[in-house]
Design a protein around this ligand. Structure first.
Ligand code: DGY
Length: 444
């Protein structure tokens, strides 16, 4: 199901000039006497008629006040006032008018102000003062929670949202253990507020959310969950490779819109995968598993890694420039560190083939997202598939507006079995540390 809001107008040509030319909306359909524009999920239609309809409000919704300000800077000339907060509607917005007098509103939602001090509903799952205390920042599969309860008094955030920094700071001082997510930032401030903390068990293989060096200096063990999520994440990278290369999501939307009227010679042409070149940035466990799947497609495999690897299949180690220039598919699996942040920027994107597809299931900030959006908008590369974002969970509207991208909500490891296995490993790691045993995977 999708919908369109229509207005009548006496001047269709000027409407196009204004909404496409000036506001930058995408012309989604030109039906001759009717134009339909798209802005994210909003579809706005104008049909030629005897009189112009101007009632109602056309509202463009952004993700952040910064985006509202940026759009004010672009549309100041048609604005009827400056951006301001409406406490009543909990929005930040400004108004403008189109040339026929329709009201346009540009806004983002703001968080309703929290009354009093922020306080999460942390539940003590198994009150037992004799046990060390562990803060579980979000519920994970039950098997793992049961394991934790054997050894810890588990203080769990049972709400379906991540804890804020203030909430983490409020609870951490009493804790001996912390089982956290990749979305929890464990920085100096938090570690300084945790005098009893002995272990941080990250429910992820990546640990760029934790200040490892500072934790080490405070003798706090940091553990992660490598291995158990390798195959699932490689499967998902391949789902993205195929979806982006063969335009699966675009085609699916097209069929659902009822636009499929029969086989067409030029309908949704995409990029082949078989016998082409897969470039892997970071041949760790997941990168290697992605490469293994490529052998079934008869692909040539190149990789760029800090060290020479010996995967179970033929793969050639190359420098970054060769990887970028020769890959038909570039799949990113390097960890996010100071060295890999924005490793793929303007210069690197310019080296890629126009037919190339970029896939990121590693960490968003390895790629300069703004530059990648520009490359995709200007069709300097063919397509991209993302499971991760530079400022997760925020995703720029410009990225969502692109047809040649597939966007997923960081679900690389999200299979029932894998998330349960990650839970088990994260629980076992935390338990091993407090028992003075060797955990399955300790970083520091
Ligand atoms: C990780 O573990 O680092 C993934 O990004 C989530 O499973």
């Amino acid at each position: 199901m999708s919908g369109i809001i229509f207005f009548k107008t006496v001047n269709l040509a000027k409407i196009r000039e204004f909404y496409e030319g000036r506001l930058g909306l995408k012309l989604w359909k030109d039906q001759g006497k009717c134009l339909i524009f798209a802005h994210g999920s909003l579809k706005l239609g104008f049909c030629e008629g005897q009189a112009s309809e101007t009632g109602g409000i056309i509202t463009f919704v952004y993700d952040s006040p910064a985006e509202v300000d940026a759009s004010y800077a672009r549309f100041e000339k048609i604005a009827t006032g400056k951006p301001e907060i409406s406490e009543y509607y909990k929005i930040y917005h400004f108004w403008a008018r189109d040339f026929e007098g329709r009201s346009l509103e540009f806004q983002c939602f703001i968080e309703p102000e929290k009354k009093g001090t922020e306080k999460a509903e942390i539940s003590i799952l198994n009150p037992d003062k004799a046990k060390p205390k562990l803060l579980l920042t979000r519920m994970i599969p039950e098997n793992a929670v049961d394991q934790l309860k054997q050894v810890f008094e588990v203080h769990a955030n049972t709400e379906p949202r991540n804890l804020s920094k203030a909430e983490l700071l409020q609870h951490i001082p009493q804790m001996d253990g912390l089982l956290c997510l990749l979305g929890d930032t464990i920085d100096r401030e938090l570690l300084d507020a945790a005098p009893k903390l002995r272990v941080i068990s990250n429910y992820a293989v990546g640990y760029n959310n934790i200040d490892i060096d500072y934790a080490k200096s405070k003798n706090i063990a940091v553990c992660n969950t490598p291995g158990v999520l390798t195959e699932s994440t490689a499967d998902l990278a391949w789902a993205l490779i195929m979806a982006a290369s063969r335009r699966i999501v675009e085609s699916d939307k097209f069929v659902r819109r009822g636009e499929f009227v029969g086989w067409e010679p030029l309908l949704f042409l995409g990029q082949d995968l078989h016998h082409r070149t897969l470039g892997i940035l970071g041949l760790g466990r997941i990168g290697e598993a992605v490469g293994k799947r490529a052998t079934g497609f008869g692909m040539k495999i190149l990789y760029h890694s800090r060290t020479e690897k010996s995967p179970s299949y033929e793969a050639t180690r190359v420098d970054l420039e060769t990887l970028l220039k020769e890959s038909d598919i570039l799949s990113i699996h390097a960890p996010l560190t100071d060295k890999t942040r924005h490793l793929i920027g303007k210069k690197e994107l310019a080296m890629m083939k126009e037919t190339a597809v970029l896939i990121n299931t590693g960490r968003g900030a390895i790629v300069d997202e703004k530059e990648l959006i520009k490359a995709l908008q200007e069709k300097r590369i063919f397509a991209a598939g993302f499971d991760v974002y530079e400022h997760e969970p925020q995703i720029p509207q410009e990225l969502l507006d692109l047809e040649n991208v597939v966007v997923l909500p960081h679900i690389g490891s999200a299979s029932f079995a894998t998330r349960a296995a990650m839970g088990e490993m994260a629980a076992e790691n935390a338990i091993a540390i407090v028992k003075g045993e060797k955990p399955k995977s300790r970083i520091v």
